[in-house]
Design a protein around this ligand. Sequence first.
Ligand code: DHB
Ligand code: MG
Length: 224
Amino acid sequence: QWTAVDVYTYKHSHPASRPNTKALESTLIASSSAGLPDYNLSPTQGKFLALHCRTAGVTNSLEIGTLGGYSAIWLASENPKLRLTTIEYKLKHVQVARKNIELAGLSDRIEVIHGAGIDVLSRLREEVEAGTRPKFGFVFIDADKDNNWNYFKLSKGIVKPNSVICIDNIVRDGQLADFSDTDQYVMASRQVVQNVGKEPGVDSVVIQMVGEKSYDGWLWAVVN
Ligand code: DHB
Ligand code: MG
């Protein structure tokens, strides 16, 4: 029923504005045809993040883990004033994403940086500190899960006050709270939940989700 409810509510809510719908659908098809894993957000999740950025008036956003560009296209296509910097480690993903973004007509507002998250974030921090790059108003972390806590710490230093840092895939089918489970991604989720929860200058919550992406959830942190 989770998928049925996603499909039903998405159909009867306000979906992506046309012509963004086409670009989003084409992105999923092209990503799948190129052999990329099906780790994209659901349309409902993409819409939610885009609405958050609109409500918060986000003009500069950051993503770690581009994959085929689906979430990037959601954020930018639904927010005409939003710019996004998105970091991707795998060259093939970078190539597929750049093509999808170009076809969506968003190459002027989405910058795909090819590199390892830690390296690129360190460089972005230098640029922010040098004043050559503006601080970010929203960060979406959706990359190699082992580095979630590192990505969070680096992101925290380059966001404006009152910005959200959202981390995908935290709940992991409920394994998060099955303490007999010591899978490395589950351990990484626990590490980031516990560390963010103790971090000064931050307020946070984990929201569980079901839907067409099964059972998972986000860590939603606000940096004061
Ligand atoms: C995986 C990664 C993701 O970012 C996601 O949303 C779903 C699954 C994975 O590595 O298995
Ligand atoms: Mg994910």
